[in-house]
Design a protein around this ligand. Structure first.
Ligand code: ZN
Length: 498
């Protein structure tokens, strides 16, 4: 076979895999949004079979041989990158028995159901046996890779290539060093008024406002669709089929909006990846930290600015004239930026947010380096919340059971959330040098910001790693200083701290 024929065969295989992936993605989105719960056992079993079929296709010895051979062939740069990424993925799964893969997938499905039940019952003990098994299975899945690095380092690397416990230890130490004292000062300062955010805001009217938000953000129904879920996420099958979700709270007018701005950041990234990468591994290979940097950039660096609300606030006030009577756009913006140590990560403000991640990072690291067990983990969780954030956890639902991630065995994922915020600060610093961001926001020209991000970052997909993109766009590798300076300046100003 010539190289050309091999590449053709590879491309056909990619297309076939993407057909299975599309089916599995749609089933997953359906499950997380509208599928009736009583059908879960039936659904999960069939889904596991389908996933097993895909696994068999991905590990077909003939295709494995082909991908290994292409590693040494002369290829164009894009195809060479695809083959490099494919080989890295193959190394992860090639020695994993299919039985184990199917069983692990089934365990994750069951665990999600158990997590929902435990969360509803506010009882960690219902979820604990599943968590214990998830950790055992995760450990085992890494043993098959025959990689000598510590398991948790491999997990971190899966979500953010290149990052290790050592890197995150340094990163989180800097975060703690600057933010813990700042959080204390903010807690002691004169508080920002926020009471009007938590009046009664009927969901049907919130939905009306959401149409304005989606249109302002250029989230176009021709390629994107928004649904509702318990725990907002973004998914999709291709660049022209991006799905986001949100969650409405009747006593919080900002929650659904800001979570939507966040998820639309993810969806826009997915939509803006170069067409030629659609359905390929390059489109899928965007690291979690890079993806999160774009959603955080949307949510925090754009969605919480006065310029952003200068267009949208008058519309919000027109929909809720009583609830927001006498409240200016400035007061509203100050309120959505207010900082107060709290229980729920997804509702945390920008300043205290990274501390929620520090807690999860320390627990995960302990679970996989063997210094912490699942037994009594809820107590450890509660103790760390008291220690770092000064809050008492009233029940497991608002404590250890609040996040979906562990039920899916997504260990090593959380740290990328904090990393994403920090990457976003660095990107924003550069963007502001060549684009009048506030002017774009004030004049309803969000598309110009999206254009800048597409041209500089989004269109590449996973063609380059986070640090390579940062060097190309900002001229230097990842630097946490931009993030900490940004937070320091923003919160000192907002709270009038010298
Ligand atoms: Zn996100």
């Amino acid at each position: 076979m010539t190289t050309e024929e091999k590449v053709k065969q590879y491309r056909e295989w990619v297309k076939k895999c993407s057909a299975y992936e599309m089916a599995l993605t749609i089933i997953e989105i359906d499950k997380m949004t509208v599928a009736p719960p009583a059908g879960s056992a039936y659904r999960d079993e069939r889904t596991a079979i389908l996933a097993g079929e895909l696994f068999a296709l991905q590990t077909d010895p003939k295709i494995v041989e082909l991908i290994r051979e292409l590693r040494d062939a002369r290829l164009d740069e894009d195809t060479a990158k695809m083959i490099e990424l494919e080989n890295k993925e193959l190394d992860k799964i090639i020695n994993m028995p299919q039985d184990f893969f199917v069983a692990f997938r089934q365990l994750r499905s069951n665990s999600y159901t158990a997590w929902l039940e435990a969360k509803k019952a506010k009882d960690y003990r219902i979820f604990e046996p599943y968590l214990k098994q998830l950790i055992e299975y995760s450990r085992k899945s890494y043993e098959y890779r025959q990689d000598t690095r510590p398991v948790y380092d491999q997990m971190l690397d899966d979500y953010e290539p290149g990052m290790t416990m050592q890197d995150y230890d340094v990163f989180f130490a800097q975060v703690k060093e600057r933010l813990v004292p700042l959080i204390r000062e903010v807690t002691r300062a004169k508080q920002v008024r926020t009471d009007f955010l938590n009046r009664e805001y009927p969901v049907s009217l919130q939905k009306e406002f959401m149409e304005e938000v989606l249109s302002y953000l250029r989230f176009d129904p021709s390629w994107g669709y928004q649904n509702e879920t318990e725990h907002p996420f973004t998914s999709g099958t291709s660049r022209n089929d991006c799905r986001t979700t949100t969650k409405y709270l009747p006593d919080n007018v900002a929650s659904a909006v800001l979570s939507t701005v966040h998820e639309v950041g993810h969806a826009t990234y997915g939509h803006d990846v170069d067409e030629k990468y659609d359905g390929t591994i390059i489109a899928h290979a965007i690291s979690s930290g890079m993806h999160e940097s774009q959603s955080r950039l949307f949510e925090n660096y754009l969605g919480r600015t006065e310029a952003f609300w200068s267009v949208l606030y008058p519309k919000l006030q027109a929909i809720f004239p009583e609830q927001l009577q006498g409240i200016t756009a400035k007061e509203f913006t100050d309120a959505v930026n207010a900082s107060s140590p709290s229980l729920i990560r997804t509702e945390a403000d920008e300043l205290t947010y990274p501390m929620h991640i520090v807690i999860r990072y320390e627990l995960e690291k302990g679970l996989f380096t063997g210094t912490i067990g699942t037994d009594g983990l809820d107590q450890t969780w509660n103790r760390l919340y008291k220690e770092y954030l000064g809050v008492d956890v009233p029940d497991d639902s608002r404590g250890i059971l609040q996040d979906v991630h562990w039920s899916d065995a997504s260990f090593g994922y959380f740290p990328t959330y904090a990393l994403g915020s920090a990457i976003a600060a660095q990107v924003m610093h550069t963007m502001r040098q060549s684009l009048d961001v506030d002017e774009c926001l004030r004049t309803n020209r969000f598309d110009q910001i999206v254009d800048w991000l597409r041209e500089n970052i989004h269109h590449w997909g996973g063609r380059y790693q986070a640090n390579e993109i940062l060097k190309m766009v900002t001229g230097e590798p990842f630097n946490v200083k931009y993030y900490l300076d940004y937070l320091e300046e923003k919160y000192r100003t907002l709270y009038g701290i010298e």
